[in-house]
Design a protein around this ligand. Structure first.
Ligand code: PMP
Length: 340
């Protein structure tokens, strides 16, 4: 029996806690507090189980076509994954040689570092004003989270476009939270001249379907083809394909849900500031905020947890003085504010 050296050394990614109790206020993994579109329930109710004797469409044609249509591009520029986490893993497989590196902002989504470790290549983090350095130094895949997590900060698409023009490798703009932001980079991905920008989205946040596991990306056809080559044959199951399609088509419901979250975010950020917290302006469905001294983020985290209110605390020099608080319903945010 032998486990690879790199796996022995691996520090696995630790997702936010999924508490079992029902009466918790769960603001720790950026899920949506509102239900998915009622059209999803309709699709599930009408689901023909007998047809499930067959494998699902390996190329998710219907979903791909709708994604292409909504983004005014063609299906050959669209890929769908078992959550956007899978798209990231496939990108690490397809776009990085063994002696190359994966780069990202720092701080950012901590899974990127783990993906590099699983792939047994080096990860390099860049402060938001130092991304230019990534162009020299064997970074062949750069993951630019926008809006960033856990900070919620938004980078102008112009800045990302300028970065991509100079960057020799593949840039994935991870737009998991872009539906909550004032703008996004999709037009960079769909532009005919684009050679290296992939824009990635998920159904886990703005579509309230984290449990379904569907994410997608849009980019140049040759890069999208490469992702198809390295994926599992049936990476997106039949239920996921149909339900995601129903969610995607119900644009009015999506718009309404996003607007509610953004409205609550603005009010909640103000309420925290009134209590002396330092809140980084967020374009996302969470805020990253620092409690007023002498309270520390760790103290407040523990205090909230003792009241069954779950938020996220990332220890460490770049993140340990703040808490990342997902935007829930107005009533959940009130419960949290009352606890403070
Ligand atoms: N990117 C970022 C920045 C995220 O925060 C998350 C959610 N943890 C993901 C990607 C993954 O989302 P999913 O796999 O649910 O699509």
């Amino acid at each position: 029996m032998r486990i690879k050296e790199s796996v022995m050394r691996l520090e696995p990614y630790v997702p936010g806690e999924q508490p079992k109790a029902k009466d918790v206020v769960k603001l720790n993994t950026n899920e949506n507090p509102y239900p998915p579109s009622p059209k999803c329930a309709e699709v599930l109710a009408g689901f023909d189980l007998d047809r499930r004797r067959r494998y699902p469409d390996p190329e998710f044609a219907a979903l791909r076509e709708e994604i292409a249509r909504q983004n005014t591009t063609t299906p050959d520029r669209v890929f769908v994954g078992n959550g956007s986490d899978e798209v990231l893993a496939l990108a690490a497989r397809a776009f990085v040689e063994d002696d190359e590196k994966i780069g990202s902002l720092d701080p950012s989504y901590s899974l990127y570092k783990t993906l590099a470790a699983i792939r047994d290549v080096e990860w390099r983090g860049f402060g938001k004003d130092r991304t230019g350095k990534a162009a020299s130094g064997k970074v062949s895949l750069f993951l630019w989270t926008n809006p960033n997590a856990p900070t919620g900060e938004f980078a102008e698409p112009k800045a990302i476009a300028a970065f991509a023009r100079k960057f020799p490798g593949v840039v994935i703009v991870d737009e998991a939270y872009a539906d909550f932001a004032r703008a996004n980079c999709m037009s960079l991905a769909t532009a005919p001249r684009n050679r290296n920008v992939i824009v990635m989205r998920t159904f886990s946040k703005s579509y309230s379907l984290a449990g379904l596991r569907v994410g997608y990306c849009v980019g140049p056809a040759d890069l999208i083809d490469a992702l198809y080559k390295v994926k599992d044959s049936y990476n997106v199951d039949a239920v996921a394909q149909s339900v995601a399609l129903a969610a995607l088509k119900d644009r009015a419901y999506h718009r309404k849900t996003v607007a509610k979250v953004v409205k609550t975010r603005k009010a909640f950020a103000k309420a925290l500031e009134k209590r002396g917290w330092d809140v980084i302006p967020s374009e996302s469905n969470f805020v990253f905020a620092k409690p007023p001294a002498p309270a520390t983020a760790a103290d407040v985290f523990a205090m909230l947890k003792s009241k069954n209110i779950f938020v996220r605390y990332f220890p460490g020099p770049l993140t340990g003085d703040r808490l990342r608080i997902t935007i829930g319903t107005d009533s959940q945010m009130k419960t949290l504010l009352d606890a403070l």
